[in-house]
Design a protein around this ligand. Structure first.
Ligand code: ADP
Ligand code: MG
Length: 238
C-alpha cells in the first residue's frame, strides 16, 4: 500500500522552482533512497513532503489523505516525522531536554520510557544527557536527531543525510539503528549524498534526482557496485 505519494511536484523558493514535476512514492514498510549530487533538490523535496515548502504544482498525499495544502502539524498527527539535514537539534538545550521536547506529545510516562529507550539505543547519548546539544560531535548530533524523530514511533520517517561527514564506525552503528527501526514496521525515505554503498544494501528502491528532476527510479540491487554508481553519476554529468 502506498503511504507517501508525490505527484507532479513543483516547489522552490520565492517564485523560482527548484523541483520540476517530481513523482515519488514510498510504500508501507518500504525503505526508499533518494540520491543525487549537491544542489539537486533533495532537501527541498523532503521539505515539500513535510509541509515546510509549499507545493507550487502537483499533489502530496499520505495514507490516502490529500496533504497538498496541509500543515506540518497535520502530517505529524498522521504519523510522519523528519530528521533534517541541519539545525536538527536545539543547541542550547541538554540532550535530555531535546528528547523530552520531541516527545512532548506523549503521555508523561510514555515520554520518560521513550527517553530511556533512546539511551538504550545510543549509550553515547546517555553519557552526555546533561550536556547541551551544541557540545556534541557531528555523529552524536545525528544520533540525537534520529532519536528525537523516531522516538514517538512514527509510521514514516524522512531522513536527510544522517550519515554525511561521519566517521565510518559511527556510520555503521547509526545505519544499524535506522534499519532496526524500519524492521519494526516503519517506512523510510532516506536521502543519501555520500557513501551510498553503506546504505543501499538495506534499501528497496532508489530515486535519482538531478537538477530538480527524477532521472531514474530503480531497484537498489541494480546499484550495488561502484561501477553501477559511477555509470549512473557519469550519465548525470552529461
Ligand atoms: N533557502 C533557500 N533559498 C533559495 N534557494 C535555495 C534555498 N535552499 C536551497 N536553495 C536552492 O535550491 C536548490 C536545491 O537545493 P537543495 O534542495 O538544498 O539540494 P540538495 O539537498 O540536493 O543539496 C539549489 O539550487 C539551492 O541553491
Ligand atoms: Mg540537502
Amino acid at each position: 500500500m502506498t503511504l507517501l505519494d508525490l505527484k507532479g511536484i513543483e516547489t522552490g523558493y520565492g517564485k523560482i522552482p527548484v523541483l520540476h514535476s517530481v513523482d515519488l512514492r514510498v510504500d508501507e514498510n518500504e525503505m526508499v533512497a533518494l540520491i543525487g549530487p549537491n544542489g539537486a533538490g533533495k532537501t527541498s523535496l523532503a521539505k515539500a513532503a513535510f509541509g515546510l515548502l509549499p507545493a507550487m504544482r502537483g499533489s502530496i498525499s499520505f495514507d490516502g489523505e490529500d496533504l497538498t495544502g496541509a500543515t506540518t502539524a497535520r502530517r505529524i498527527h498522521l504519523g510522519m516525522a523528519m530528521a533534517p539535514q541541519v539545525e536538527n537539534t536545539f543547541p542550547e538545550l541538554t540532550v535530555d531536554d531535546n528528547l523530552l521536547t520531541s516527545f512532548s506529545t506523549l503521555a508523561p510516562e510514555d515520554s520518560a520510557a521513550a527517553v530511556e529507550n533512546a539511551y538504550a539505543l545510543f549509550p553515547r547519548l546517555a553519557e552526555r544527557r546533561r550536556q547541551s546539544a551544541r557540545t556534541l560531535s557531528g555523529g552524536e548530533r545525528q544520533m540525537l536527531a534520529f532519536a528525537c524523530a523516531s522516538g514517538t514511533k512514527p509510521r514514516f520517517l524522512l531522513l536527510d543525510e544522517p550519515t554525511t561527514g561521519l566517521a565510518p564506525t559511527i556510520v555503521h552503528s547509526l545505519v544499524e539503528r535506522i534499519v532496526e527501526f524500519k524492521d519494526g514496521g516503519a517506512s523510510i525515505l532516506w536521502i543519501i549524498e555520500e557513501n551510498p554503498l553503506e546504505v543501499l544494501p538495506y534499501v528497496d528502491r532508489v530515486y535519482v534526482l538531478s537538477n530538480g528532476t527524477v532521472k531514474a527510479e530503480t531497484k537498489a540491487e541494480d546499484l550495488l557496485s561502484e561501477e553501477a554508481l559511477r555509470t549512473l553519476f557519469f550519465g548525470l554529468e552529461e
